[in-house]
Ligand binder design. Structure first.
Ligand code: UDP
Length: 237
């Protein structure tokens, strides 16, 4: 598989065209970003850790019957994936109150949300990713209605699988974001799962082990990401 040229440079990942139109390469860069990309910082090893952690989690989901875009690890910080037609939504599942939900409803951070909340945000940095509901999706033609109900049920299924996975290694899956796309007519999980796009807390200490460390200006981001990877049994360099 030959990497050809850069297709798209995101805030922390770069997407490359390959010589196969059905396949892309995603590079995880050594960057962390917050505040709609207005704050950036370089962290050595971050790209490699997130690439391997994402590959591990997505492979586990594949084994559990969830279709994902992953094909193979391409290098230590790159992955070969299916070229999806991305749905412009960020689907968020919340098991506990944190982040924007706490602000929106004046909740206490950490409050258990039973049943878990499913939310969708339009993927649009310029508009600051506004919250959208099923009616917006239908009228604004953001996603086909059948695909939408499937995406929602898939998100809950993924939540079930990942909550169990992280619970078994002493972590609480507080919330996370998923993105889906269409590959030859079928809904497939795309993008990434990593501590950049999820909140993970230690079950005993409730310490944050995700991007909130950076959002809140705390130290130990890479040590926390490495700890998550090590607990999962991911082999790092
Ligand atoms: N999230 C993400 N990308 C975004 C916005 C949110 O990956 O552009 C993740 C975030 O890391 C958290 C979950 O989605 O795990 C819910 O985020 P929230 O709405 O609380 O927003 P935030 O507090 O991150 O601004």
């Amino acid at each position: 598989m030959q990497k050809k040229y850069e297709l798209y440079r995101g805030k922390v990942k770069t997407v490359y065209i390959t010589d196969n139109p059905d396949l892309l390469i995603i590079e995880f860069r050594n960057i962390v970003s917050a505040l709609d990309g207005n704050r950036f910082e370089y962290f050595d090893r971050k790209g490699m850790i997130n690439n391997k952690l994402n590959y591990f989690v997505m492979s586990m989901l594949e084994k559990a019957g969830i279709l994902t875009h992953i094909e193979a690890l391409y290098s230590k910080n790159e992955i070969l994936v299916k070229n999806l037609d991305m749905i412009p939504l960020e689907c968020v599942i919340r098991n506990r109150a944190a982040g924007s939900l706490v602000k929106r409803f004046s909740l206490v951070e950490g409050e258990v949300l039973d049943p878990p909340i499913f939310e969708m945000f339009l993927k649009n940095d310029a508009k600051h990713d506004p919250l959208v509901n099923e009616s917006h999706c239908e009228t604004l033609n953001l996603v086909n209605v059948n695909h939408l109900s499937y995406i929602k049920s898939l998100s809950f299924k993924i939540n079930h699988l990942l909550s169990r996975l992280f619970n078994n290694i002493g972590l609480i899956l507080v919330d996370f974001k998923l993105e889906f796309g269409i590959f030859h007519g079928t809904v497939v999980l795309g993008d990434e799962f990593s501590p950049d796009s999820a909140r993970l807390w230690d079950k005993i200490t409730l310490n944050k082990m995700d991007k909130d460390i950076y959002r809140y200006g705390l130290s130990g981001l890479i040590a926390a990401y490495e700890d998550v990877a090590n607990r999962l049994g991911v082999i790092l360099d």
